[in-house]
Design a protein around this ligand. Structure first.
Ligand code: CA
Length: 227
């Protein structure tokens, strides 16, 4: 496997230079787009493994770029924002972003996040045991990384997929928030509990029934078939 390709979408040259240097040092292959329009056209030619997306761009809102990318690809997207508010974070995750970092951040943190997202995305390439799980009308193929409901494909982001797979490891069992965060997100960073809620909400919406994932107050979540 070649180097992980990261598309850095950032209009501020000083921020972009720092990120590009840091990711280069960490052996990533980096391409830089300074506008939303450039990002959308560079995405097709560069074919990145991961997109690092600034929300404050001169020509488009970053969330629109996120939405446009998500329409055409399941590429992992990490949103980078100077705006640390909860609304931004939740909106980004609902828009299909996989992770969220707030400026200023350290390069070590950023590299760790990118590696974690890359690992999640690649983990489905190594099948272990049976690769298909069926729960009533829901089928999850961990090898092909596909989910279908009553025969219709359901498009989940890599993180949503990983979370659903985690919850279905032991149907009916309660999964604790801290365990899910450690296992699916690797690190326990500020805001992850909201991140988890946003991803659960996104999966429920895509499955068309919140009964698939039951909230267990104060503890976590439980997978089951809706009544
Ligand atoms: Ca910016």
């Amino acid at each position: 496997m070649g180097r992980v390709k990261v598309l850095v979408v950032e209009d501020d040259p000083s921020v972009a230079d720092g990120i590009i240097d840091g990711l280069g040092d960490a052996a990533f292959e980096v391409h830089h787009s300074a506008t939303g329009a450039a990002a959308l056209s560079d995405f097709a030619t560069f074919a990145p493994d991961i997109v690092l997306l600034d929300l404050g761009l001169p020509d488009m809102d970053g969330t629109d770029v996120c939405r446009a990318l998500r329409k055409q690809s399941a590429v992992p997207i990490i949103v980078v924002s100077a705006r640390g508010d909860e609304i931004d974070r939740v909106v980004s995750l609902e828009m299909g972003a996989d992770d969220y970092v707030v400026k200023p951040f350290g390069m070590r943190e950023l590299v760790a996040r990118i590696r974690a997202v890359a690992r999640r995305t690649n983990s489905a390439e190594a099948p272990v045991g049976p690769t298909e799980r069926t729960f009533g009308s829901l089928t999850i193929d961990t090898r092909a990384q596909r989910v279908s409901l009553a025969g219709e494909d359901i498009h989940l982001t890599p993180t949503e997929f990983e979370l659903l797979v985690y919850l279905t490891e032991d149907p009916g069992a309660v999964c604790r928030r801290s365990d899910i965060l450690n296992d699916v997100w690797d690190t326990n960073w500020f805001g992850t509990t909201k991140t988890l809620d946003a991803h659960v909400a996104a999966i429920r919406k895509k499955l068309g029934n919140s009964g698939w994932i039951e909230s267990v107050r104060g503890v976590g979540f439980r997978f089951g078939q809706p009544a």
